[in-house]
Write a protein that binds this ligand. Sequence first.
Ligand code: PLP
Length: 237
Amino acid sequence: MSTIAAHLDDVLSRIARATANAGRPAGSVHLLAVSKTFGADAVREAIAAGQRAFGENYVQESLDKIAALTGETVGGAPLEWHFIGPLQSNKTRPVAAHFDWVHSVDRLKIAERLSAQRPADLPPLQVCLQVNISGEASKSGVAPADVPAVARAVAGLPNLKLRGLMAIPEPEDDPARQRAPFRAVRELFDALRADGLALDTLSMGMSGDLEAAIAEGATMVRIGTAIFGARDYGPRA
Ligand SMILES: *Cc1c(COP(=O)(O)O)cnc(C)c1O
């Protein structure tokens, strides 16, 4: 078994254990493998181990990788590409054309551009609103108070399908303190659903805090380091 296959096995076990501990149904938490900074060969190893959904942060790097992996399938199904990084408005066009999901929609203007630029022959782009849960001016994301209005507006765009919310809390090593921000996101999510929006995705939890995120209701965890190893930003930065 390759290292990546073994790591994937470990991560899937962590997810299964956390899901069971939370009293949630097996299979209710999906794994997004975050392959940013890793090449197509690393992604191929994950594909060989059965992983189908991949997350990317940088537009140019991801377009090259998606092109290199054209035609790859898992169990007969094509790969699923999720854009999860900060998205500038001048980069929305290739993202609308080459990705299946965008988790990092952080303002209405970005959503409007993605909808307008989604090619007509593709299904709607699946999107999540990123919530600025830690409240820092430097972090991207919609302020919690603005989420209901922005969510309504995004849900009304023709070529997007609003699936839910995404959040990246401040890193916190103490597991006892990891849950509060995830709980706040889930409460926002529950309020939107109670208000009539048909949402099914809570994208939260990374290598260091996936257990806390699953305990608070995450339906998709975004895992990089625990699968592919430590990232080296050297040459590309
Ligand atoms: C890089 C990244 C991840 C993966 O983080 P790890 O700690 O390596 O698991 C998840 N989500 C987003 C938005 C990221 O940028």
